[in-house]
Design a protein around this ligand. Sequence first.
Ligand code: NAP
Length: 287
Amino acid sequence: MKTVVITGATSGIGLATARKFVGKGYNVIGIGHSETNCDRAKEKILSDYPEAKIIYFVANLMQLSEVKRVADELEKYITANCNGEIYALINNVGGVRSWYQTTAEGYEQQFALNHLASFMLTYRLLPYIEMALGRVIMTCSNSHKGIKMHWEDIMLKDGYNPLTAYKQSKLCNILFAEALNERYSNNGIRAYAVDPGLVNTDIGNKQTGGVVNLIWSLRKKHGVLPEIPAETYVHLCEQKTAPKGLYYYLCRERKFSREVTEENANRLFDLSEKLCGIKYRDLVVEL
Ligand SMILES: NC(=O)c1ccc[n+]([C@@H]2O[C@H](COP(=O)([O-])OP(=O)(O)OC[C@H]3O[C@@H](n4cnc5c(N)ncnc54)[C@H](OP(=O)(O)O)[C@@H]3O)[C@@H](O)[C@H]2O)c1
C-alpha cells in the first residue's frame, strides 16, 4: 500500500485530496494544527470509507520547531508502519493574513507557513520519499504570476501588502518544486506545483479581518468544490511513469511565470536553507 502525506488535510483542498487518496486505496497521513479538526476530518473520511487507512498528526506548521517535532514523530511512524517509504508528500498547508505578523521565530507568517514549513518538512522526509522514488507536490496558485521575488526584503516588512506576500509565497512554491527537480530528478524523485484554480474554501476567512475577509467571502462563492483540484494530485500520483511537467491545472500542464528560472529557484533554495539552518544533501543513488 502506497503512503501519501498531506499537510493542511483537515479542510478544503487538503481534506478533499485526503479523501480521494483513501478512496483509491492509499495509506494517508494527514497533518493539521487543531486536534479537534484532525479528529473531525478523520471521522468524516472514515464515515465514507470505514476501512480507510488514515491517521492524523497535529502540528502548528507555522513554527519550524513544530515542523521538526512532527517530522520526528512521522519518521518513527513511517519506519514502523509504512516500510520506511513515502510515495507522495503533498505540501498543501497554507494561509492568508491581513496584516504584517511574524511567527515566534521571527518570520512573516505567510512566508513561514506557505513556504518555509514545506521546505523544512520535505528536507526531513526526503530519505523516505527517495526510498519510494516518490513525488513531492506543492499547492501553488495562478496568483504566482505577475509577481517577482522581493529578494531585498523577503518578509516584505517595508510597506506590507498581504496580497503581495501571498503571491510571493505561491511563487516560492513553484520555485521550490523547480529546485527539487534540478537536484533530485536524476534520483527518481519528481516535484510538481498544482494550481487548484479558485476554490470555495474558508482560507481567506481564517485569522484574517477587514478587507481581506470581506473580499474572500464574496470571491469564494465563485470557486469550485475542493474535490475538483483534488483530482489533479491523484492524477499526478497514479501515472506509472512520473509526468515530466512542473505546473498542473485540472490534470494538465499549464504555462507558468517567467520568473520561474533556475537562477531564482537556486537563490530561494539557498536562502531557505540558511533561514531553516539546514543543508539538503546530495542523494547517492543516480538512476
Ligand atoms: N482556495 C483557493 O481558491 C486556493 C487557490 C489557490 C491556492 N490555494 C492553496 O490551497 C492550499 C489549501 O488551502 P484551502 O483553500 O484548501 O484552505 P483551507 O481549507 O483553509 O486549508 C488550509 C489547511 O491548512 C491548515 N492549517 C492552517 N494553518 C496551519 C498551521 N499553522 N499549521 C498546520 N496546519 C495549518 C488548515 O487547518 P484548519 O482546518 O484547522 O484551519 C487546513 O487544513 C493553500 O496552500 C492555498 O494557498 C487555495
